[in-house]
Design a protein around this ligand. Sequence first.
Ligand SMILES: NC(=O)c1ccc[n+]([C@@H]2O[C@H](COP(=O)([O-])OP(=O)(O)OC[C@H]3O[C@@H](n4cnc5c(N)ncnc54)[C@H](OP(=O)(O)O)[C@@H]3O)[C@@H](O)[C@H]2O)c1
Length: 298
Amino acid sequence: MGLSKRTVKFINKKCVGSLAGKTVLITGANGGVGFKTAETMAYLGARVIMACRDLKKAEAAAQSLLDDYPYAQISVMRLDMADFASIDEFAEHLPDVDVFINNAGVFHRPGELTKDGFDLVMGTNYIGVFYLGKKVLPKLEKCGHDVAYINTISIVHKLAKVDLAGFYESKGSYPRSKLCLARYSEYLAAKYSGTNIRVYMDHPGITMTQIASHIFGRWYVLTKLMPFNSVEKSSLSAVWLLTNDVPSGSVVGPGRLFCGWGYPRINKKSKRALCDIDRLIGFTEKEIGNKLPVKRGE
Ligand SMILES: NC(=O)c1ccc[n+]([C@@H]2O[C@H](COP(=O)([O-])OP(=O)(O)OC[C@H]3O[C@@H](n4cnc5c(N)ncnc54)[C@H](OP(=O)(O)O)[C@@H]3O)[C@@H](O)[C@H]2O)c1
């Protein structure tokens, strides 16, 4: 199908740097925003690695990109963010990359657990990213060139509170998981300041994807009447920040209607992201440590 004329115009006008020859790895790239991000990167000449939990879906998505961009370099890898063993395996085979985008995410799944026994939403959107980060960031730091590390958050993190006592409650788990991810990203930006790793947060505003169908439930049909961002427009946050001189630690997403709509720009940070990071990191490490021996001992 290819990118729309508007998107191409935006890219030509606003995305000033080049991605040609860069390798961009995107998690959850077989559908939604991740897939469109992969397409934008392929359009700009980047090599794309689609890291997905379902290889059949990933291969079909890669083929559809190749149909539109026959000269693109697209490959797939298996990665299930809700399974530490899969993350271990993936990290062991991590290829050399210039851009790493943690895009995979889930919304409302009360009662569902990851393979290691965490609440599925918190386990996928935050704990999985944290665990993966511990494995891949040291490798990226040693790779000998600049790397952009992007975590996909959500504007709804502004509605959350990090409450360690109610950490796994299903009520509010999505905004809480994204607030933890935002806070963790700020921690990483500070930790890697002055190194070859730049850390960013991007978000797609409010976009009609599989996830949004969960957000609006049976009212989903009404969303067709609402002027939400197209998936294509939402996918531009990553490409815009990569091709402009955006400082590490920035949040990039749509700039209009409370950051839910429009073309990307640097967003103001939420004050909520200022929760006690040392407590959060310590808590997360302990939670992961508590689960690992169970899994390994099976
Ligand atoms: N849409 C919005 O309005 C919105 C707003 C703010 C933030 N976001 C964030 O944007 C990101 C992309 O979401 P989207 O809107 O494009 O939703 P989507 O269409 O549901 O896509 C989510 C992607 O994540 C993958 N995924 C889910 N669980 C995974 C796991 N355990 N391991 C690996 N991949 C997994 C999905 O794979 P499967 O196809 O196998 O399920 C899919 O490819 C998410 O982080 C989401 O939280 C979205």
